[in-house]
Design a protein around this ligand. Structure first.
Ligand code: ADP
Length: 443
């Protein structure tokens, strides 16, 4: 047995009491009273020395039980109560450290979930929503407050996702499915649902919803583009082959038609050249790391030059093309590319104009931007075609565009170049009234 702390104090008190009692008892009955009084006082002091620290320990231990871990028990006693206080302090310190680590971890986790572009839902035992991140709130048009605690299908009426979740709870493991939905947002989504296990039993489900609408759209655009290119190349090539065969089969000696056939072949070959040039321009503009050779560029003389280049076409149809730009309009841009922009837009304004029509080029500027408008009073663009007019190969009237030597790539090239310069291009048009293309460029 180790004699330390309280035990030593009690032993020491007992010995002292016994000694004092022996001393006083030898002096008869009054001595007995003295020794009794001494024992009581010593017992009281001894009890206080034990009870007071225990009370202090109990008070602070209650705070620990209530979750307050930043308090410590002050006990200078070098006995079992001091040891108990020290152990409780150490325990509180450890719990405090773990709680802090847990809180930091959960803050980090919630920051990660909040910044995720994927919608994340955590479901509990009965497919009830335990938590969801802001992206999931947006995707499903529901607030966290309204969703948490509800069964998935009660909160989010999407049977396809509910089916995926159901499969997970039935033990299918990780389930991935591509799902399209209309409400609250139309799109295509990849849904990945994985089980959360507790002792090898599925006790929940983690659902991650990834918006792949844009990826699917780009895939369609790419495959449409390949189909369009093939079609556009095939048409002139078929004609060229047909006329060459006709000539070879004897039409070469047909003095009346042979030149006409050769002219048709030439026109188709030229069309192929323009198409390939436009395709090369587009692929160059879309390539990463494209560099612009920006220089100060006076717009009025540039547009004068383009108008002169089109004078044969405009004269043929009696179209008046007017450059209303003032001589001091200077921008900082890539000359060749900006020339390409205005060549395409002015070409269209002449091509899709009416006999004796007119084209007006004007500008407006403020401290940072310049707006150049190319306005015609021609056939205009129908309302339904306007949103798609800058798409590659999109044409209102394919036959007319082809007859005018168009490729359907011009406006898409315009948009690319303007955006590369940090600008925008806008269209206002009414069918039968005319069109205005407004190009905004930083000065
Ligand atoms: P295209 O080579 O056919 O001119 P663009 O990409 O330049 O190709 O133009 C696409 C289509 O937009 C044209 O085919 C035409 O239908 C329509 N369009 C463009 N500019 C005009 C305009 N000023 N007026 C009427 N329609 C236009």
């Amino acid at each position: 047995m180790k004699f330390s702390g309280i035990r030593l104090k009690i032993l020491f008190s007992l010995l002292l009491t016994a000694g004092v009692s022996f001393f006083f008892c030898r002096r008869g009955v009054p001595g007995l009273f003295f020794s009794l009084g001494f024992a009581l006082i010593l017992g009281g002091i001894l009890a206080n020395g034990i009870v007071i620290p225990i009370r202090r320990i109990t008070h602070i231990a209650r705070l620990f039980a209530g979750g307050v871990f930043n308090r410590r028990i002050l006990s200078p006693a070098d006995d079992e109560t001091g040891e108990l206080a020290g152990t409780l302090n150490e325990m509180a310190h450890n719990i405090e450290r773990r709680v802090n680590a847990g809180e930091t971890g959960s803050r980090k986790l919630s920051a990660v979930l909040s910044s995720m572009v994927e919608g994340v839902l955590v479901l509990g035992h009965n497919a009830d929503i335990v938590s969801l991140n802001p992206t999931a709130e947006q995707l499903f048009g529901i607030s966290r407050k309204d969703a948490e605690g509800k069964i998935f299908l009660e909160a989010i009426r999407n049977n396809d996702i509910a089916e995926v979740i159901n499969d997970v709870y039935k033990g299918a493991g990780l389930v991935s499915r591509e799902i399209s939905f209309m409400y609250p947002r139309r799109g295509t989504f990849e849904v990945n649902a994985s089980p959360i296990y507790d002792n090898e039993i599925v006790s929940g489900c983690l659902v991650v919803v990834h918006d792949i609408t844009e990826i699917r759209r780009l895939e369609t655009v790419r495959s449409d583009f390949v189909a369009n290119v093939s079609h556009e190349l095939k048409t002139p090539l078929t004609s060229i082959r047909g006329f060459v065969e006709t000539l070879l089969e004897g039409a070469i000696d047909d003095k009346k038609n042979n030149r006409e056939f050769l002219r048709i072949i030439q026109a188709h070959a030229e069309r192929l050249t323009v198409l390939v040039e436009d395709l090369l321009s587009l692929s160059h503009l879309e390539s990463k790391g494209i560099e612009l050779d920006k220089q100060p560029l006076a717009l009025k003389p540039l547009i004068d030059g383009i108008i002169t280049g089109f004078s044969a076409q405009s004269k043929k149809r009696n179209i008046d093309v007017r450059n209303g730009l003032s001589g001091d309009v200077v921008i900082h841009a890539d000359r060749n590319k900006i020339e390409h922009v205005f060549t395409n837009v002015i070409d269209n304004a002449i091509k899709f104009n009416r006999e004796k029509g007119s084209v007006l080029i004007s500008s407006r500027e403020n401290d940072t931007m310049i707006e150049i408008s190319v306005e015609d009073f021609g056939i205009g663009i129908p309302e339904k075609d306007k949103p798609r007019i800058f798409e590659r190969f999109y044409r209102v009237d394919k036959a007319r565009s082809r007859a005018e030597g168009g490729t359907g790539l011009g406006l898409s090239i315009v948009k690319h170049i303007v955006e590369l310069h940090g600008g925008t291009v806008a269209l206002e048009s009414a069918e039968g009234v005319g069109s205005r293309f407004t190009i905004k460029l930083p000065i």
